[in-house]
Design a protein around this ligand. Structure first.
Ligand SMILES: [Zn+2]
Length: 372
């Protein structure tokens, strides 16, 4: 049996274990299986608890105990966006070159390929840089629970490689926007809508002003978007609403833009007299900016791809973030989107291309060796 055929069996097993981010025990079960598989290949594994809401963070390492040399950090995640039961709607199957299943493309196949390459390097005694590979349990919900551990382990990284799905045409990712979050609450004054309307201070009306102010911060030319995605408030129509709340998300390409948005948010004031605003904002994922160091890493990856028989092009900056945003913001040369080719991430027609398995496996093996 070819390596790709063997690998496909493992990928199928991973896909058929459904692992939504919000199901800690399902993610934990897959993490244990991946750990057992890695241990069999002579790798060290650690399952780190990162809170009761999500599964454990699995660390697979080729380091010997006490080895603290700067190494290669490989980022992968085991969770998917798909609720349990999606497998029945998008079952594992192969149609022509397409391999379907929930989480197939994003990113079980890519994670499996990267691990296989690492096992291969260890088996053959190749590669001299230590490799730490992380299987994150909550990437699809922002990696809030894993973030501090990811950043701590990334402290030992000289390079970061992310096995997220490749972009259209198999291209890799060298820049991603950052994501900011905002929660805003307005506190007005309730009153009878018929008897004392003038005494009321309408919290919803206040937020209506704020929605327009927030959305006006969108600047497509500069790649900055603001999306007010949730709003709620009031009790019933004969009461002037005392409270209202909204949640928004920001995406921005640079740290500079993130700082600028922060200033703009800090300058927001209530438009309605006697209404108080509470604003809370934070950077969920810092922007992942293209750097000279990451361009050097790309050049090395392109050589590895050429050896594996394909051309690795660079995709334009993407609005979707990943755990690569954390490592990049730490100043670690980061290359992302190195997983398999395919399409339909987060949808019911999610699939990867069978023909990309073998070349990507060869690519990862070359890259892990060459970076050493
Ligand atoms: Zn992903």
């Amino acid at each position: 049996m070819t390596r790709a055929a063997n690998l496909l069996i493992t990928i199928r097993r991973w896909i058929e274990m459904e692992t939504p981010s919000h199901d800690p025990s399902a993610v934990a079960e897959l993490a244990r299986q991946v750990a057992a598989d890695a241990e069999q290949a002579g790798l060290r594994t650690t399952l780190l608890g990162v809170g009761s809401e999500v599964g454990p963070l699995l660390v697979v390492s080729s380091r010997s105990p006490g080895d603290e040399r700067p190494g290669i950090l490989v980022l992968a995640h085991l969770d998917t966006v798909h609720p349990i039961g999606t497998l029945a709607r998008n079952p594992f199957r192969i149609e022509d070159d397409r391999v379907y299943g929930p989480g197939s493309f994003d990113m079980k196949a890519g994670a499996c390929v990267a691990l296989e390459a690492l096992k291969d390097c260890v088996r053959r005694g190749r590669g001299t840089l230590p490799v730490d590979m992380l299987f994150v349990p909550d990437e699809e919900i922002g990696s809030a629970a894993s973030r501090s551990d990811i950043e701590r382990i990334a402290g030992l990284a000289r390079y970061a490689l992310v096995a997220e799905p490749a972009r259209a045409g198999g291209r890799c990712v060298t820049a991603r926007k950052g994501i900011g979050a905002l929660r805003m609450r307005a506190f007005g004054c309730a009153a009878h809508a018929g008897l004392q309307h003038e005494r009321g201070r309408n919290a919803i009306r206040e937020l209506a002003h704020q929605v327009l102010a927030l959305e006006a911060m969108t600047d497509y030319d500069r790649g900055i978007t603001v999306n007010v995605g949730r709003i709620e408030g009031g009790t019933t129509t004969n009461v002037v609403p005392e409270q209202a709340a909204l949640a928004a998300e920001f995406r921005m390409p640079t740290r500079e833009a993130a700082d600028e948005l922060q200033l703009q948010l800090g300058a927001l004031r209530p438009a309605t007299p006697d209404v108080r605003l509470e604003i809370e904002s934070w950077l969920k994922r810092p922007p992942y900016e293209r750097s000279a160091a990451s361009a050097g890493l790309l050049a090395q990856a392109q050589r590895a791809a050429a050896l594996a028989g394909f051309e690795l092009a660079e995709a334009p900056m993407t609005g979707g973030a990943s755990d690569g945003n954390f490592t990049s913001a730490m100043g670690i040369p980061t290359l992302d989107g190195l997983g398999v080719a395919g399409d339909g991430a987060h949808s019911l027609h999610e699939h990867f291309l069978l023909s990309s398995l073998e070349p990507r496996l060869a690519f990862w093996t070359h890259l892990l060796e060459d970076l050493a």
